[in-house]
Design a protein around this ligand. Structure first.
Ligand code: GUN
Ligand code: ZN
Length: 669
């Protein structure tokens, strides 16, 4: 396989795809080149790969002769990787094409295409299921036939199945087991043309969640920059744009948040060279062909800029923020964004838990982000106490700013048999009490966790919106069930309307100057539980525990047992980085295969030397590993060899045969 992932965010991947004519950095935009008609040199705009149509070349005798003699690269004058389509799109437009599957696959091989396509059937949306099934059978047969007739050619195999998620998934399962290099997702143009973005989400998610992770996916016919970010966040890697020229021919300008008609423009809306050197009126007065070329250049500028922005946001870890901005450009895109909540469990597995950027709340849709869901799953790893004290938000990290919260507290009557805590005893009872802050978007944040990503690294408006209040109220209903006694500040009670949900003990209103301190030993254990799993804190931090703090910030930096370093708390995101002793302890505490990446015999010496782990040497791993997790590298006998930071998640480590899986920190065991 020839694809590698370097960075991840959401379900998006920043990667490299190798082809005979060079590497493609993904996510990538492939401008559609019209053979014989092209006037613009798209490489000037940043195109590293282009797509052209083998069927149009095949049908035109002149073009065909040149392509057969000199190759497609000469024909369209592009020296980088070239993808070709098969005529399926013409099939979907005209109902018929004058070529067989076998002929067009062999033709693509002959003209030196880098990635060719079989003659799939693009079944339109919303057809009868019988038709979708029947046509899918043909698509699958043709895919198989393409494999039989190709020699060296890298092959696309298009996922079809109309708007039936089960057919899309079935198709992806079958094609994924066959030897294809790229998987386009087909027949989505009609969905995009009619703004049916919610169905687009359904189709894409049903496909990508059943495709192997080690192959790039091409969202066929998606050329509007408005949907690039959303599609990348769902796991699409390649896009093709005929839009840049088609919109130009129609006097329309592509923008990252929609389309503009030249006839309506008083000002040019963009800073590209076309827009800064022409007024709308000048463009309108021009000869049509000259105008089309200039608008096409603007369209290319804007489309490639958006793709660069997306690649940067994957590295920065703020792709979700970009998606949320873009999806506010059109109500139907907003609808699509909202529908991502149906896929939270899947998205959570791919989304890295630790990022360089803070989580920015941009509206109720942010409540559906995987980070929020993950927090609630991980809260279950924290051992419950008998009592809970709920505080309102302060500045972050909360534990450092609690002194300026004026408080009065209520007791919630939860279990009549529990003896009431006397007001003055709150401070003496803190040992037995979980102190937590209630805030949006994460709901409940136990104070020990107030420095770990993203619980400290997030921003939301001061005034909570209605959706957030409802969500937190719901979450609290569930969370509070675990406790025998609940003490809640009046502010939390009123803000999150707990008096509507619970019975309040009106006689026990009390007011106290709070001096809540988080115990350092408690803190390190709870962080480890949250990061590695229930009980990990006790497994890691036993013995003569010494905590060393930063002299500058006063925050915990290192944890030792006597002289032996166990782990270091990374300042940027409050997450533990293991030292050798920490890895040893985690290994003996966590049962196989938890947190493990198992390598074969060949890789064992390299792992012990501290060399990074390539995916092809991995024979097994914990499927629940997330990208950026601290992982244990072991052999088949579960002997600890090394430890490091995972680049991929468990499923990806399993699927990939090329590239790095784990950046090893230390070997030497
Ligand atoms: N171009 C746009 N949609 C499709 C599709 O479904 N299949 C192929 N081969 N090309 C396309
Ligand atoms: Zn412009």
């Amino acid at each position: 396989m020839n694809f590698e992932i370097k960075y991840k965010d959401a379900r998006g991947r920043l990667g490299v795809l190798k082809t005979p004519h060079g590497n493609i950095r993904t996510p990538a935009l492939m401008p559609v080149i019209h053979p014989g008609k092209q006037t613009i040199d798209v490489s000037l705009y940043g195109a590293e790969v282009v797509i052209t149509n083998a069927y149009l070349i095949y049908k035109n005798e002149d073009l065909r002769k040149i392509a057969e003699k000199e190759g497609v690269h000469k024909l369209i004058n592009f020296s980088g990787p070239i993808v070709t389509d098969s005529g399926s799109f013409q099939l979907s437009l005209y109902g018929d094409v004058e070529v067989t599957n076998q002929e067009i696959v062999q033709f693509q091989e002959k003209i030196g295409t880098d990635i060719g396509t079989s003659l799939d059937i693009p079944t339109p949306p919303s057809v009868k299921k019988e038709r979708a099934e029947r046509e899918l059978e043909v698509t699958l047969q043709r895919a198989e036939e393409a494999l039989e007739v190709r020699e060296e050619l890298m092959l696309n195999s298009v996922v079809q199945g109309s708007t039936y998620p089960d057919l899309r998934s079935k198709c992806a399962d079958i094609l994924g087991k066959m030897d294809f290099q790229v998987h386009p997702i087909g027949a989505v143009v009609p969905l995009m043309e009619s703004y049916r973005y919610e169905e687009l989400v359904e189709v894409v998610m049903a496909s990508v969640s059943h495709l192997p992770d080690d192959r790039p996916r091409h969202l066929m016919g998606a050329g509007h920059p408005m949907i690039f970010a959303l599609a990348v966040a769902m796991g699409c890697d390649l896009f093709d744009s005929a839009a840049y020229i088609l919109y130009a021919e129609d006097d329309r300008l592509l923008m990252p948040n929609g389309t503009l008609k030249l006839e309506n423009l008083y000002e040019m809306p963009c800073s590209c060279e076309v827009c800064t050197s022409h007024t709308p009126e000048e463009l309108r007065q021009m000869e049509k062909s000259e105008r089309v070329e200039l608008l096409a250049r603007h369209n290319l500028n804007v489309s490639f800029a958006e793709m660069r922005r997306i690649r940067q946001s994957i590295i920065d870890g703020n792709l979700w923020e970009l998606v949320e901005q873009r999806c506010r450009a059109h109500p139907f895109l907003l609808e699509a964004l909202r529908s991502l909540k149906n896929f939270t469990t899947d998205l959570e597995k791919y989304d890295p838990p630790y990022k360089k950027s803070a989580f920015f709340y941009s509206g109720p849709e942010s409540l559906n982000r995987p980070e929020v869901y993950r927090h609630w799953k991980r809260l279950e790893r924290i051992p419950t106490k008998k009592r809970v004290l709920l505080l309102p938000r302060s500045r972050k990290p909360y534990s450092e700013y609690l002194y300026d919260i004026p408080q009065s507290y209520y007791r919630i009557i939860h279990d009549q048999s529990i003896q009431t805590l006397e007001p003055q005893s709150i401070e003496t009872q803190l040992d037995d009490m979980q102190v937590a802050v209630v805030d949006v978007p994460f709901g409940v944040i136990p104070l020990e966790l107030d420095q770990i990503y993203p619980l400290a690294q997030n921003e939301s408006p001061q005034d909570y919106d209605e959706d957030s209040i409802k969500m937190v109220n719901n979450l609290l209903k569930n969370y509070l069930r675990e406790f025998e006694e609940i003490i809640v500040s009046d502010k939390v009670l009123k803000t999150f309307r707990l008096d509507k949900t619970f019975q309040i003990d009106e006689d026990h209103l009390f007011s106290l100057p709070l001096k809540i301190m988080v115990d350092d030993h408690e803190r390190i254990k709870r962080i480890a539980d949250y990061q590695f799993g229930a009980g990990a804190g006790s497994g890691l931090f036993t013995g003569d525990i010494k905590i060393v703090k930063s002299r500058k910030t006063g925050k915990i930096r290192h944890v030792y047992d006597g002289e032996e370093l166990i782990a270091t708390l990374r300042a940027s995101d409050g997450v533990f980085v293991l030292a050798r002793e920490g890895a040893r302890r985690l290994h003996s505490f966590l049962p196989y295969p938890k947190n493990r990446v198992v390598v074969n015999e060949d890789a064992e010496p390299f792992a012990r030397e501290g060399k990074s782990i390539f995916a092809k040497f991995v024979i097994n791993c914990d499927i629940n590993i997330h990208a950026k997790d601290e992982v244990l590298i072991v052999n088949e006998q579960d002997q600890l060899l090394a430890f490091g930071k995972s680049i991929l998640n468990g499923k990806e480590i399993h699927d990939f045969k090329t590239g790095q899986a784990v950046k090893t920190r230390k070997g030497g065991f």
